[in-house]
Design a protein around this ligand. Structure first.
Ligand code: CMC
Length: 441
């Protein structure tokens, strides 16, 4: 896997031919190994956005963006999402195989046992201003966990314990930040609830009465979280690997991933889609106007939830969600006018030459927001939900990076385009000397 083939790629540069080994992946993806290129030729490669650059070998997730294929550890996403519980899929991603019955029960128990936030850390919620975005809170809380749970980086049992804490606590932090924002008491996790049911209970229960988690909501949440679980070397996962490559601790690495996910071109798109649909609704539902705006090169407006760096055909996650959203809304008896706007937008865009030529299809975020909304999740929490789902993926990559003998600290090169050599000739009195003399600081 990811092994050298007998093929050689040749690069001719300034009269010299450089032979470069060719690698092949399990699914015959081809990579040119340029590890020795700079050493031999002094040249580097230039690839903004790393569109053509493979940063590692990985055995976790396979994507074929042209065929719309997504597999976790070899299993097609269609055979996992909506079919197995979130905690089983998390086990698969982290350990490379599905759990046996005993392993599953133990894993579920471990995740609940480690889902309690350190009581002192809970006090941190009090110090965020009411305006704090939940992603802000989540990133800061996860980074702070390393202060509460320092660990021996060489001890595998310590690492495993902290992995359980991260997967277990991320949903508790998310639910507590919501409870804090609405001024309700925190609801603690229970060991007789599944991962998803615990999250929903912590979000929506109150101490005043018993809360029974509707099964339809639990199933929908599990499906959404599994669909978000991994997507190979995306921006946030690459961030986790990059930070981890410096041997930063797991909390520092993962909280950096959370911050990377927040951006609206990445995980923040689900919130942006809902805001866009709401804006269109308030604008009288004139979706065609927004399609035209997205095509207008003078405007910076983009159709949020459309396009993907890897999928140049349909996004299989969006396909699954398109079906799920109809079922969910009908089972919950909800009529959401935003769904109609979304469907009209999709139908019109898919027939439009601008989107056809650029191979722009709806991505996972196009329909996930409508599902979250049906579950009663507030819009600003959408990317937090993405983070809960992505947590096992980030950790699986962090572990793989740590165990890979090829891992080196990540340190890209650059083409310098700044000033050529110039020299500093000190003036008689420099501006900073004047400031210093004036004793302004
Ligand atoms: N609306 C209108 N035009 C678009 C869009 C869009 N959503 N996405 C891409 N384009 C155009 C873009 O203007 C460019 O046109 P041209 O070739 O004429 O300059 C062309 O399509 C290629 O776009 P790009 O920005 O070079 O593509 P990229 O691979 O760098 O960016 C993307 C991928 C997902 C950031 C981008 O498609 C986008 O901004 N989409 C909207 C945000 C979004 O939905 N993000 C969620 C991604 S899926 C969840 C996740 O995994 O993070």
């Amino acid at each position: 896997m990811g092994e050298k083939t007998r093929e050689i790629a040749t690069l001719n540069l300034r009269g010299t031919a450089y032979e470069l080994p060719v690698l092949a992946g399990t699914e015959n993806e081809i990579g040119i190994d340029i590890q020795k290129l700079r050493e031999k030729s002094a040249a580097i490669t230039y690839d903004p956005g790393y569109v053509n650059t493979g940063s590692c070998k990985s055995a976790i997730t396979f994507i074929d963006g042209d065929k719309g294929i997504l597999r976790y550890r070899g299993y097609p996403i269609e055979e996992l999402a909506g079919k197995i519980p979130f905690s089983a899929a998390a086990y698969l991603l982290l350990f490379g195989r599905l759990p046996e019955e005993k392993e599953f029960l133990q894993w579920r128990t471990d995740l609940t046992r480690h889902s309690f936030i350190h009581e002192t850390l809970i006090q941190f919620f009090e110090h965020f201003p009411p305006t704090a975005h939940p992603m802000n809170i989540l990133g800061s809380m996860v980074a702070s966990m390393s202060a509460f749970y320092p660990y021996d980086a060489e001890d595998e049992q310590h690492i495993m314990l902290n992995i359980k804490r991260l997967v277990g606590q991320v949903k508790t932090i998310a639910a507590f930040s919501y409870k804090k924002s609405i001024g309700e008491p925190y609801i603690y996790p229970r060991s007789d609830h599944s991962y998803g049911a615990n999250f929903l209970r912590m979000m929506f229960a109150t101490p005043a009465e018993e809360y029974v988690v509707p099964e339809v909501m639990e199933d929908a949440l599990d499906m959404l979280l599994i669909l978000h679980m991994d997507h190979e070397q995306n921006c946030s996962t690459s961030t986790v690997r990059m930070v981890g490559s410096s041997q930063a601790n797991i909390y520092a690495s993962v909280s950096s991933g959370i911050n990377a996910l927040w951006g609206r071109l990445h995980g923040g798109a689900n919130e942006a889609v809902l805001n866009m649909l709401e804006q269109i609704r308030q604008d009288g539902g004139d979706y065609k106007k927004y399609i035209e705006l997205a095509k207008d090169k003078k405007s910076s407006f983009r159709l949020m939830g459309f396009g993907h760096r890897v999928y140049k055909n349909f996004d299989p996650r969006a396909n699954l969600l398109r079906g799920a959203v109809d079922r969910l809304l009908s089972e919950l008896g909800i009529h959401d006018p935003l769904l109609e706007i979304a469907k009209n937008l999709e139908e019109t865009a898919l027939k439009d030459d601008f989107f056809i030529e650029r191979k722009l299809y709806p991505n996972i975020d196009f329909y996930s927001g409508i599902c979250y909304r049906a579950l009663g999740i507030p819009t600003e929490m959408f990317t937090v939900l993405f983070s809960i789902g992505r947590m096992p993926g980030w950790i699986a990559h962090w572990l793989e990076m740590r165990e890979d003998p090829d891992t080196r600290i990540q340190r890209p090169r650059q083409i310098y385009v700044g000033s050529p050599l110039r020299h500093y000739h000190p003036p008689e009195i420099a501006p900073w000397d004047l400031v210093k003399q004036s004793k302004l600081f």
